[in-house]
Design a protein around this ligand. Structure first.
Ligand SMILES: O=C(CO)[C@H](O)[C@H](O)COP(=O)(O)O
Length: 298
């Protein structure tokens, strides 16, 4: 099918190439001229603005939005709401908060435009080959685009998840799990690093990837990272966060569901952003006050 693709960054370009390689016809648009140029160099048809993109699509039109979650996605959806007509379909493949997706779906519905919220997993590699997609929305609308997912997903790598919001809700929880799994892998290697034995991290990740209980894509990625930098000496342990872990935790707290692993993983990310903490200063000062215990000075 011919599909408009808004956002030709790290994920969007790979998705366009994946679509093209599997019999689909993407036409891309991006606000950044360099992204447009890179897409064109890679043989993807492009449009210089939204109107030109929509002109190139047969009606009813199908448009996949692949831009950063939050303000950027909302801005694109609002533009689309103003330009699309009844019967068109918008898919949001970004990491949008599911309540935003419910709102986007309702706004587009006012114009008769269908909306599917598509949780997209597998990183840049998955966007390029064998993607993973969790799709919420009207089941009849999903059916019309199911061949697209069949074409670009891994075998059994897409799922219709229920009404609008359910795709991104599922992706949010997926990312919460991702936080916990990565934190656990990181902590395990930290204990090895500080232990009495001189392990080769890449060799450990490799052996764990071959038959062990904890073999996984994340462990394969750890193997790749250690292969390139045996003790990760060239990078700092600063762990940024885009928001999905926090949304999972906020949601769990609302539901009074205990998710200590995800909570701690999120807090460790925040902790990693500071070299020192006021908490630490206060505890050190209190130990000093009551017990005369040593404090360290700047
Ligand atoms: O969706 C993803 C992987 O599944 C993204 O890479 C995600 O944005 C990473 O989140 P964070 O920056 O919070 O680690």
């Amino acid at each position: 099918m011919k599909i408009g693709l808004i956002g030709l960054g790290k994920m969007g370009l790979n998705l366009a190439l994946n679509m093209r390689d599997h019999g689909q016809v993407p036409v891309g648009f991006d606000l950044a001229p360099t992204n447009l140029k890179t897409a064109a160099t890679n043989g993807i048809a492009t449009a210089n603005d939204l109107a030109a993109l929509l002109d190139q699509l047969p009606t009813p039109r199908t448009i996949w939005v692949m831009v950063p979650a939050g303000a950027a996605t909302t801005s694109v959806i609002n533009d689309l709401a103003a330009h699309l007509t009844s019967g068109d379909t918008v898919l949001d493949g970004g990491n949008s908060f599911y309540k935003d997706s419910v709102h986007h779906g309702a706004e587009l519905a006012k114009h008769g435009v269908h909306f599917l919220d598509v949780g997209t997993s597998g990183g840049q590699a998955g966007a390029r080959h064998n993607g993973n997609f969790m799709v919420g929305g009207d089941p009849a609308v999903f059916k019309t685009v199911a061949p697209l997912f069949q074409a670009i997903a891994a075998p059994d790598g897409y799922l219709y998840t229920g009404p609008v919001g359910s795709g991104h809700y599922l992706k949010m929880v997926h990312n919460g799990i991702e936080y916990g799994m990565m934190a656990s892998i990181g902590e395990g290697f930290d204990v090895l690093q500080h232990g009495p034995y001189d392990y080769d991290n890449a060799a450990v990740a490799k052996v764990w990837n071959n038959g062990s209980v904890i073999r996984s894509w994340l462990m394969e990625l750890a193997e790749d990272a250690f292969d390139g930098d045996a003790n990760l000496d060239t990078i700092k342990g600063v762990m940024h966060a885009s928001g999905e872990g926090r949304w999972t935790l906020d949601t769990a707290l609302d539901q009074q569901v205990a998710t200590p692993v995800i909570a701690m993983a999120l807090m460790m990310r925040y902790r990693s952003l500071s070299d020192d903490t006021f908490t630490g200063k206060v505890v050190a000062a209190l130990r000093n006050e009551f017990g005369g215990h040593a404090v360290e000075h700047e």
